[in-house]
Write a new protein. Structure first.
Length: 368
């Protein structure tokens, strides 16, 4: 009798980012071509895993998606099998633990392993499922780059490219009108996007969550530039940046999300402060979800492909409960306990901060 086909599952979870399809493609093709697995895709992240909503992924299903943004599988940044929203026939929505359902779906489908492509929240859930006995391998995804245990997550480089291009464009209009241009970027509680794109785009002031700013220092930099003939300034602000003594600016709270706080509004606050305190006209641009969409950069296509292939290698070697990672330019892996429940933030002594300060960039923290 023929052996039953070996099967793996794959899902994309959390906020989308460029490169998800590149990873799904690499996982699927490597699984089929190199290891002879069948591949089952779960729809909409953990929703598909709880509800057993699946698609069969063949070679042709992932053909032509390498350069396409988003995810062909769909995703959700609200679904958590341990706190899953259900609406009883009569009554209010309640949260129930559906982790046992996940175990059943996993066994019923005869999966040998599951690849979870997600950020810190999704990987934390994956770690809990792996502790329950599911064979899981994680792949770090997010534009925020805040996954602990890897030097970079895929999606980050593409978003840095989008922000940098926007800052380049804003430079010319800022110069024409002698304005202060504030650009608010995503990143949640980590400043990786603002720092990296701020340096790449030649931002004059970069405000990140890890370094609280003092508005006097920000305004001093803007007026000093003006006095020295630079009649415009570019200020790149992370959505999680904070003024000394104040809290983050929250745009909305999503009660049905495991990570309910959505940041936003700090850019407007900084622009108003600059205009009121210096008399220099200021404008704000909030890049928002533009940073999450569009085709992945070449770097993210390659990183995503390496991550996908290496996740399959871990499965083939039965090294479960691990997350693939980028370390010192090479692909390796770490225990999934490493990213679980954590967010990787920019260390205050991160070399790029020192280099940026050395070329005159302000982080809004000097006393003046
Ligand atoms: O984690 C990715 C991210 O884009 C953050 O940078 C941002 O704070 C958040 O997701 C926005 O979430 P939503 O898509 O729910 O608005």
């Amino acid at each position: 009798m023929a052996e039953p086909a070996k099967r793996i599952g794959v899902l994309t979870s959390g906020g989308d980012c460029p490169g998800l399809n590149a990873v799904v493609r690499a996982v699927t093709k490597t699984a089929i071509l190199n290891y002879g697995y069948q591949v089952i895709g779960f729809e909409d992240g953990y929703v598909g895993l709880v509800e057993n909503k699946t698609v069969h992924l063949a070679n042709h299903s992932v053909s032509g998606i390498l350069a396409v943004g988003g995810t062909i599988l769909g995703t959700s940044n609200k679904a958590d099998p341990f706190r899953y929203w259900r609406t009883p026939p009569e009554g209010q929505r309640v949260q129930v633990d559906e982790s046992k359902t996940v175990q059943d779906v996993y066994s019923k489908l005869g999966l040998e392993a599951l690849v979870v492509i997600g950020g810190d929240g999704s990987l934390t859930i994956a770690h809990r499922l792996s502790q329950m006995g599911l064979n899981i391998v994680g792949i770090p995804k997010t534009i925020d780059n805040d996954v602990e245990g890897t030097d970079q997550s895929f999606g980050f480089d593409s978003a840095v490219g989008t922000i940098t291009a926007a800052v380049d464009v804003l430079h010319t209009t800022a110069m024409s009108h002698h304005r202060a241009m504030v650009v608010e970027v995503m990143g949640r509680n980590a400043g990786w996007l603002a720092l990296t794109a701020g340096v790449a785009g030649g931002g004059d002031i970069i405000l990140i969550p890890e370094i609280e700013y003092n508005i006097g220092s920000v305004c001093h930099k803007v007026t000093q530039r003006s006095k020295h003939g630079k009649k415009f300034s570019i200020i790149v602000v992370a959505e999680g940046a904070k003024e000394k003594g104040s809290d983050v600016v929250v745009e909305r709270i999503l009660k049905d999300s495991p990570d309910p706080i959505r940041l936003g509004g700090i850019g407007r606050k900084v622009a108003e402060q600059i205009e009121n305190l210096t008399g220099i006209e200021a404008r704000v641009t909030v890049l928002g979800h533009l940073q999450r969409g569009g085709p992945p950069s070449p770097h993210d296509r390659v990183l995503g492909t390496l991550f996908g292939a290496s996740a399959m290698e871990l499965i083939a070697k039965k090294q479960f409960g691990r997350m693939v990672s980028l370390r010192a330019g090479g692909i390796s892996s770490v225990d999934m306990a490493v990213p679980a429940g954590k967010q990787w933030k920019v260390p205050r002594d991160y070399p790029l901060i020192g280099v940026a300060r050395g070329i005159g960039t302000s982080f809004g923290d000097s006393t003046c």
